[in-house]
Structures are given as structure tokens and as C-alpha cells.
Ligand binder design. Structure first.
Ligand code: NAP
Length: 257
């Protein structure tokens, strides 16, 4: 497998203000890349830039805003004339309480995780096409996309949507020489999972997760999955005959009072 090192590349990373995105931005700065970092929290992004002012540009944006595409595209084109790697990591998670069914919640999550990702692609596609060094789009989905899980009506649907979206995009962008990779992390310790009030099997720290993601990106894996034991359990569950899979899913439903 040909390795394309993440060194001396111009990389746009969304969701860089905290968690996986922040840790990834810090690692990619250390390895000598030029970074453009995006999120809503300007202070957090500016703090990252302060550590390496010559290597980092800040583009503040709310990717859930339908009007954000033009703004992001203009700001990106103001700071660079090409992008080698785009890491679409920004995301959110809200769990549905089916007793208080709420379509607004589902819309909020899909606006960020799926439509926000599409807005970022639209804003960066011309810059990716201008890259002369194997352009690459990397989208962060989730292990939760592998099978239906309780309370994941919004998050699971958004992340399964991301998988389908990126699989199609990978086929259609092949003619432009743009690779597309999909990341399926299990549980990673970040502000997003700090809110979870249930046991998280095989929880890993953000630095370990980021090392695995960077390794997968450099190997140009189409699918980057971890941790292995969680992924295999979910894949096994997804492969069960329907009735058994349903029973396995039911065993995870908890009383919502
Ligand atoms: N942690 C896990 O266990 C886990 C597992 C599987 C997948 N993932 C995925 O990994 C990605 C990163 O998650 P994380 O765990 O690192 O969570 P996190 O610490 O909450 O980080 C989420 C990032 O997304 C940004 N973001 C959220 N809404 C945004 C919006 N509307 N516009 C622009 N940026 C927005 C946040 O920045 P601002 O708030 O500053 O905008 C933040 O930088 C997400 O896609 C998540 O679904 C995480």
C-alpha cells in the first residue's frame, strides 16, 4: 500500500476547536503541515493558531447555517489557492427520548453532521481540484453507523447518511483524482462523550484515536475503523439474522421512565 505522508500538506480541518479535531490539528501542526482550522468557537481556534501563527489560518463558521457555503468558500480562497487534504470532522450528538419525540432534534443533528459536511465539500471542492499532490477528503462518521442502536435515531441516521454520502462521493470524484476516506471511531474521550451517561466499551483517549486516524489517512484506507473489538462486535450484530439482531438491540434499550 502506497503511503502518502501527512507532511507539508495544506489541510482544512473542521471541528478543530475541541476533542478529536483539536488533537488532530495539534499533531498535524507538529508534523509540519499548513492548517486551516474551522469551528464556531473563535477563541479556541485562535489559541491553536497562537502556538504556530505562521502555519495556521482560522476560518470561523457555523456549518449548520445554510448560508455558510459562500462565506467558507470566500474565506478559504482568501487564505489558500489549493487544498491537499480536507478533514470533515465537525459533528454533534443528541440522543432521542422517544417518549418526547422531537423532529427538531433530528434536524439539528443532521444539519451539522450530514448537511454541514456537504456544505464543506461544496466550499472546498474547487480548491481540492487545484491540488497537485493526491487530494484527499476524509469524513468522520461513527461506529454507530454500523447498525441501528437505541436512542440513535438522529445521530445514527446522520452518521449512516455520512457513510452513504461519502461512498457515492468517492466514486464520483475518482475521475478528478480525489480520494475519499470514511472514519468510523468507537468511543473516544472528548467533550462530546463526557456528556454520555451510559457505559462506553473500549473508550480510548483522543490522542490514540488521532494516531489511528492519521495512520489510516496516510495509508489512504477507504475505511478507517477502531477499536477493533467494538467494530467486530457491531459488525457481527449487523450480520445476525434480523430477529436475533433485533433481540440484541433490544437488550441495549434502557428504561426511559
Ligand atoms: N468522541 C467519540 O466517541 C466519537 C465517536 C464517533 C464519532 N465521533 C465524531 O467525531 C467528530 C468529533 O467529535 P468529538 O468527539 O471530538 O466532539 P467535540 O469535542 O464535541 O468536537 C466537535 C467539534 O465540532 C464542532 N462543531 C459542532 N457543531 C458545529 C457547527 N455547527 N459548525 C462548526 N463546527 C461545529 C465543534 O466546534 P464549535 O462548538 O466551536 O463549533 C467542535 O470543534 C464528530 O463528528 C463526532 O460525531 C466522535
Amino acid at each position: 500500500m502506497t503511503r502518502v505522508p501527512l507532511k507539508n500538506r495544506t489541510i482544512w480541518i473542521t471541528g478543530a476547536s475541541s476533542g478529536i479535531g483539536k488533537s488532530m490539528a495539534e499533531k498535524l501542526i507538529q508534523s509540519g503541515n499548513r492548517l486551516i482550522i474551522t469551528a464556531r468557537n473563535e477563541n479556541a481556534l485562535t489559541a491553536i493558531k497562537k502556538a504556530a501563527p505562521d502555519q495556521v489560518e482560522v476560518v470561523v463558521a457555523d456549518i449548520a447555517d445554510p448560508n455558510s457555503i459562500t462565506h467558507m468558500q470566500e474565506r478559504l480562497e482568501a487564505v489558500t489557492d489549493q487544498l491537499d487534504t480536507v478533514i470533515l470532522n465537525a459533528g454533534t450528538c443528541e440522543y432521542l427520548d422517544v417518549g418526547n419525540y422531537d423532529t427538531d432534534l433530528i434536524e439539528r443533528v443532521i444539519q451539522v453532521n450530514l448537511l454541514g459536511m456537504s456544505r464543506c465539500i461544496q466550499a472546498s471542492l474547487d480548491l481540492l481540484k487545484s491540488s497537485s499532490t493526491n487530494p484527499h477528503i476524509v469524513g468522520i462518521s461513527s461506529a454507530a453507523a454500523l447498525t441501528g442502536l437505541p436512542r440513535a435515531e438522529a445521530y445514527g441516521a446522520s452518521k449512516a447518511g455520512v457513510v452513504s454520502f461519502l461512498e457515492s462521493l468517492g466514486l464520483d470524484l475518482h475521475r478528478y483524482g480525489i480520494d475519499v476516506s470514511i472514519v468510523y471511531p468507537g468511543f473516544v474521550e472528548t467533550p462530546l462523550t463526557d456528556r454520555n451517561d451510559f457505559p462506553m466499551p473500549y473508550l480510548m483517549d483522543a490522542d490514540t484515536a488521532v494516531s489511528l486516524i492519521i495512520d489510516g489517512i496516510e495509508k489512504r484506507k477507504i475505511k478507517i475503523t477502531f477499536p477493533r473489538r467494538l467494530i467486530w462486535s457491531l459488525k457481527l450484530m449487523a450480520a445476525l439474522p434480523e430477529k436475533l439482531r433485533f433481540k440484541a438491540g433490544l437488550s441495549m434499550v434502557r428504561d426511559q421512565g
